[in-house]
Ligand binder design. Structure first.
Ligand code: NAD
Ligand code: IPM
Ligand code: MN
Length: 355
C-alpha cells in the first residue's frame, strides 16, 4: 500500500482549527479509497513556539521537513510577533528552501458559493492562478541604510531571473495546453521598466513554443478591474509573486471569500516536498471561537490528493465541498451560516461517503 508521509504544521490562530479538519478529511479519503494511507507527523511551530523558544521552528527544521512527501500548513502570523519575522522564518523559508516555485491557486466559483458580483454566472468565474512563488518582490534582497537617522533609506529589490521567469511561464503554458484553456499574463511593464519589461519579453518568447495556446496580456491595474467587471476573460493566469498574492485575495472575494480559497506550493520536479495550505491567514479576529471556515483547508487537502495521483479522491472531496455549499444548511458564519468549523467538516465527511 502507498504510504504518504505528511508533515503537519497547524501554525497560528485559526490554522490549527482548520488543519485538524483537513487531516480528518484526508484520513477519510484514504479509508474510502483503500489503496493508500497517510502517516501524519505534527510540528508545533509558529508564533506560540517563537514566544517560548525565540525561534519559529527548530534549528534543523528544514532538514527534518525534507524527509516528508508533503507539508500541510494552516497559517502563520499572530499579534505579538512581528509579521516579517514570523513569515520569513517559517512560511517563506519553507517555500524557498524547497524551491516551491509554483503557487497554484484556483479561483473557481463553486455551486452554492456566494458571489458579490451582479450578473455573473457561476461558470464565468473559473480561473487558475499560477503565481511565481520564489523570487520577484519576495526575494528578500535590499538594504536599510542609516537606520533611525533623518537620511534613512530603504531599498526592496524585485529580483527576476531568466530561469525564474521562464520556468513559471513555461509551467503555465503546459497547463494551458493540457487543459485547452487560454493563458493570461499579468504584469506592469509601463511603470516597472526593468522587471516587467523582462517578464513580458519572456512571456512573448516562451509563447512561440506554444502556438496552439491562446494568450492575453494585461497590466495589473486593468486586470484587477476586469476580474470584477468581466471575470470570464480569465482562465489560466500567470503572474509575479506580489501581484499573484494580491490578485488571489481579490479572486477569493469574488469566489466565495477567504474561507474558500485554496492553494498549493509546488516543487514540480518533486526533488523537495510540496506544501498545501489555504491562502488565508491566521484570522486573529475569529480565532478560538470555532467560527473558521475549514473549506479552504479541505480544498487544499484535495489538491494534495491530486498531487499524489489520487485525482479521483481529490475530485470527490471537491464535489463534497460543492454539495455542502449547495445544500446550504451547515455553513460557517462567513458563508451566512451558524455551524462550527468541525460541524462543517463532519458534513464534508458525510457528503464524501455519499458520492
Ligand atoms: P486573514 O486571511 O487572516 O484574514 C482576513 C479576513 O478574512 C479576516 O476578517 C478573517 O476573519 C477572514 N478569514 C480568514 N480566514 C478565514 C476562514 N478560514 N474562515 C472565515 N473567515 C476567514 O488576513 P490578515 O488578517 O491580513 O492576516 C492575519 C495574520 O495572518 C497576519 O499575521 C498575516 O501576516 C498572516 N497571514 C498568513 C498567511 C499564511 O500563513 N499563508 C496568509 C495571509 C496572512
Ligand atoms: C499568502 C500570504 C503570504 C504571501 C504572506 C503571509 C507572506 O499572504 O500566502 O498569500 O504573501 O505569500
Ligand atoms: Mn496573501
Amino acid at each position: 500500500m502507498d504510504v504518504h508521509k505528511i508533515a503537519v504544521i497547524p501554525g497560528d490562530g485559526v490554522g490549527p482549527e482548520v488543519i485538524r479538519e483537513g487531516v480528518r478529511v484526508l484520513e477519510e479519503a484514504a479509508r474510502l479509497d483503500g489503496g493508500f494511507r497517510f502517516e501524519f507527523t505534527w510540528f508545533p511551530w509558529g508564533c506560540g513556539y517563537y514566544l517560548k523558544h525565540g525561534r519559529m521552528m527548530e534549528e534543523d527544521g528544514i532538514s527534518r521537513l525534507e524527509k516528508f512527501d508533503a507539508i500541510y500548513l494552516g497559517a502563520v502570523g499572530y499579534p505579538g510577533v512581528p509579521d516579517h519575522i514570523s513569515l520569513w522564518d517559517l512560511l517563506l523559508t519553507i517555500r524557498k528552501s524547497f524551491d516551491q516555485y509554483v503557487n497554484l491557486r484556483p479561483i473557481t466559483l463553486l455551486k452554492g458559493a456566494p458571489c458579490p458580483l451582479k450578473d455573473v454566472r457561476r461558470e464565468d468565474i473559473d480561473m487558475l492562478f499560477v503565481r511565481e512563488n520564489s523570487e520577484g518582490e519576495y526575494a528578500g534582497s535590499g538594504s536599510w541604510l542609516f537606520k533611525g537617522k533623518p537620511n534613512e533609506v530603504v531599498i526592496q529589490d524585485g529580483v527576476f531571473s531568466r530561469t525564474g521567469c521562464e520556468r513559471i511561464i513555461r509551467y503555465a503554458f503546459e497547463l494551458a495546453r493540457k487543459r485547452k484553456k487560454s493563458l493570461t499574463s499579468i504584469s506592469k511593464a509601463n511603470a516597472l521598466n526593468y522587471s516587467m519589461v523582462f517578464w513580458d519579453q519572456i512571456f512573448e518568447e516562451v509563447s512561440r513554443e506554444y502556438p496552439d495556446v491562446e494568450t492575453h496580456s494585461y497590466l495589473v491595474d486593468a486586470a484587477s478591474m476586469l476580474m470584477v467587471k468581466d471575470p470570464r476573460r480569465f482562465e489560466i493566469v500567470v503572474t509575479s509573486n506580489l501581484f499573484g498574492d494580491i490578485l488571489t485575495d481579490l479572486g477569493a472575494a469574488i469566489a466565495g471569500g477567504m474561507g474558500l480559497a485554496a492553494g498549493a506550493n509546488l516543487n514540480p520536479e518533486r526533488i523537495y516536498p510540496s506544501m498545501f495550505e489555504p491562502i488565508h491567514g491566521s484570522a486573529p479576529d475569529i480565532a478560538g471561537q470555532g467560527k473558521a471556515n475549514p473549506l479552504a483547508a479541505i480544498w487544499s487537502a484535495s489538491q494534495m490528493l491530486d498531487f499524489f495521483g489520487h485525482e479521483e479522491m481529490g475530485s470527490r472531496v471537491l464535489s463534497a465541498i460543492e454539495a455542502v455549499l449547495e445544500e446550504g444548511s451547515v455553513l460557517t458564519p462567513d458563508l451566512g451560516g451558524t455551524a462550527t468549523t468541525s460541524q462543517t467538516a463532519d458534513q464534508i465527511g458525510r457528503a464524501s461517503c455519499r458520492e
